[in-house]
Design a protein around this ligand. Structure first.
Ligand code: 0PR
Length: 386
């Protein structure tokens, strides 16, 4: 039993935490409509708490957690059709995925230039700064994915890697990964696919017969793929993964570890919570491929519905949605977003494209969209968008 004075402190701390939490937006309200993260599936929450104290950085203490990690990596590797030679790593998310891939590319090639689409996630700017690498940007075509005809001109003797994006941050578009893979095979270049968002979408769009390109290890030129369970994997933050085509490459980003049970430690992080690992594994076990397919099908149906409602209003999209991301053109993005926020709804600003981003995540229902659309219209009228 807690002593009485401690019980009072306990209550007042929880009260204080509640007050802070009330300032936050919640996924449960449905009013977060621009984020690429999600309300975790209920089983994720149970699993997370159960594994709160575990550390996947110390497998001697937590061999059970390590086994779960292995099973999660196996699930992801199968999803990506990884070869037997491949190895997966649990990481914190898409930023670490990109950093790890470029670290590997730099170590394997000894070179420093990254050829990347204009739509690359801003984590590449961190990479340039952290690892003293040079970003060589390639423009997009009219469909808002990389203009494949502009890639070859950029390749030179300093090229360390090419990046392809399978589900862009801004619009959810997919670069021509098969063509990029061919170029990388021909030129013997390292090819990283950033599927942080799209990795849990594209395989299921394929199952649902959507016309989307191949993006995984069946393409022989693909070297690494990163994919986040805390985005469309319906799980809790932080949980990303990176799968590497050849396990031997891991030596390039491993160090000797003298004070923990495993001889070597690979990658960036040391101590890592097993909570998110258990959460992502529980969701993957619970949903399986069929469950994820249904989630994606539902998100795509609601995306279509939202698109229709937006078009009926007389607004235009930047491009037809490839996946569950909509870019809606606005004349004055900051003013619109500010006003909408005052009404309690959140979408994201994409200044570069003069649009707002709406992402239809697993918790977004048709009912939420029906509540949102009248507020959206009113806001547009008030700020002069309509
Ligand atoms: N690669 C791609 C294609 C991404 O879209 C993102 C994040 C990353 C890498 C980096 O992932 P981490 O943030 O997990 O390291 N894209 C989202 C974005 O910038 C991240 C995000 C998620 C932002 C939820 C806001 C939010 O509420 O929009």
């Amino acid at each position: 039993m807690e002593p009485k004075n401690k019980r009072n402190i306990h209550c007042s701390i929880l009260q204080e935490l509640n007050e802070y939490r009330e300032k936050d937006f919640t996924f449960a309200s449905g009013h977060i409509l621009g984020s690429m993260c999600t309300q975790p599936h209920p089983i994720a929450k149970e699993a997370y708490i159960k594994f709160l104290e575990t550390n996947t950085g110390d497998p001697e203490l937590f061999p059970g957690t390590k086994e779960i990690e292995f099973k999660l990596i196996t699930f992801i590797s199968e999803l990506l059709n990884a070869p037997k030679t491949a190895i997966g790593q649990i990481i914190s998310g898409g930023t670490e995925g990109n950093i790890t891939a470029m670290w590997l590319a730099k170590r394997l090639t000894g070179k420093k230039e990254i050829i990347l689409p204009e739509s690359a996630h801003f984590s590449f700017q961190k990479i340039a700064s952290l690892m003293d690498m040079k970003l060589v940007s390639v423009p997009l075509n009219e469909h808002y994915y990389v203009d494949i005809t502009k890639i070859k001109d950029k390749i030179n003797e300093n090229t360390a890697a090419i990046l392809g994006i399978a589900g862009s941050t801004e619009l959810g578009t997919i670069d021509p990964i098969p063509e990029l893979s061919e170029i990388c095979l021909d030129e013997n270049l390292f090819f990283h696919v950033d599927a942080a968002f799209g990795g849990f979408v594209i395989p299921f769009l394929k199952d649902l017969n959507f016309d989307v390109p191949e993006f995984d290890f069946r393409l022989k030129g693909v070297s690494t793929i990163s994919l986040d369970a805390h985005k469309m994997g319906y799980s809790a933050i932080p949980l990303g993964t990176i799968v590497i085509r050849d396990k031997k490459w891991l030596d390039e980003i491993s160090v000797e570890s003298h004070c923990i049970s495993s001889r070597k430690q690979a990658g960036i992080l040391g101590t890592r919570s097993g909570g998110p690992v258990a959460a992502a594994y529980a969701v993957a076990r619970y949903l399986g491929r069929d469950g994820y397919r249904k989630v994606v099908e539902n998100c795509m149906n609601i995306t279509k519905y939202t698109e229709e409602k937006i078009m009926e209003m007389g607004l235009t999209l930047v491009t037809k949605p490839t996946m569950n991301v909509l870019g809606v053109k606005m004349k004055n993005v900051p003013e619109f977003v500010k006003k909408l926020s005052e009404y309690g709804w959140k979408v994201n600003k994409i200044d570069r494209l003069s649009c707002i981003r709406i992402v239809i995540m697993p918790q977004t229902t048709k009912k939420i969209i029906d509540e949102f659309i009248p507020v959206f219209r009113k806001t547009c009228e008030e700020v002069g968008e309509l």
